[in-house]
Design a protein around this ligand. Structure first.
Ligand code: IPE
Ligand code: IPE
Ligand code: MG
Length: 250
């Protein structure tokens, strides 16, 4: 695909292409209900959209794509729906084990994996091992599974507190960089752009620490209908934003 999105400016920088895009993949249930289908059919369609959008981000030259697949709150749904989502994730991971080396896609998980079924955890472990052997510059997908921004922060705090109690760290050492290195997203730049389809105007516990200066893009399109054109529209909107980070425009 001709990469008009990655044109370089005079300083040789990629012109306002986000290095890291994060997406709240929302609206699967409504998409299915509108068609008289079970909610699980929406998740299946959403999984296809995820595959397409991940490829599209990679082709555009985005370095990191983080997707919200299952939140710490999504356990409230029926066992059937949760099972269907986990089944789709399993299918994606089985595919990934065979294709990520060929396609140069690294995979990482954000979230607490302890309550995840052993079979899925083993597959995630396998994709972690493959990712570790792929070059650091390869496109990376972060899948948020049993992820909550508050839970991520609490786990980081617990870990740091335990190191202090063990005498390995001192509380006054803690700064933003050290705290960031305790999070699931350690080593990854904060997302410049967060996209939420489906018309909801909230974060639903997504990347609470990392979103401090993210630009937000909301669209009414339901996730299964989200496509390359929508993605480019979101990036174009991001490019028009005036990012000041608390400073004053020169
Ligand atoms: C997002 O779609 C997928 C997950 C939360 C796992 P939803 O299932 O929330 O779809 P809506 O919001 O009910 O339409
Ligand atoms: C956020 O969507 C979680 C995911 C997309 C995985 P939800 O559908 O769970 O969020 P709420 O309930 O509308 O806030
Ligand atoms: Mg929803």
């Amino acid at each position: 695909m001709a990469n008009i999105w990655k044109k370089k400016d005079t300083a040789g920088q990629t012109e306002r292409l986000p290095r890291h895009i994060a997406i709240i993949m929302d609206g699967n249930g409504r998409w299915a209900t509108q068609r008289g289908l079970p909610r699980t059919a929406g998740h299946k369609a959403g999984a296809e959209t995820f595959r397409r959008i991940a490829t599209c981000c990679k082709d555009l030259g985005v370095e990191y794509l983080t997707v919200y697949a299952f939140s710490t709150e999504n356990w409230k749904r029926s066992a059937e729906e949760v099972g269907a989502i986990m089944g789709l994730l399993k299918r994606y991971l089985l595919e990934a084990v065979d294709s990520m080396e060929r396609d140069h896609i690294r995979l990482r998980f954000f979230g607490d994996m302890t309550p995840i079924a052993p079979e899925l955890r083993a597959l995630a472990h396998e994709t972690d091992e493959i990712s570790a052997h792929l070059p650091a510059g390869d496109f990376q997908v972060n899948v948020c599974l049993n992820y909550g921004g508050r839970d991520e922060i609490l786990r980081a705090v617990r870990c740091f507190a335990a190191e202090c109690a063990a005498g390995e760290r001192k509380p006054e050492e803690l700064d933003e960089a050290l705290f960031s290195s305790c999070l699931d997203s350690r080593g990854i730049p904060d997302p410049e752009l967060i996209i939420r389809p489906s018309g909801e105007l909230r974060l639903s516990n997504f990347l609470l620490w990392q979103c401090a200066y993210s630009e937000f893009y909301f669209t009414d399109t339901l996730w299964p209908d989200f496509d390359e054109t929508e993605l480019k529209r979101a990036i174009e909107a991001y490019r028009q934003r005036d990012r000041r980070f608390g400073g004053v425009k020169k």
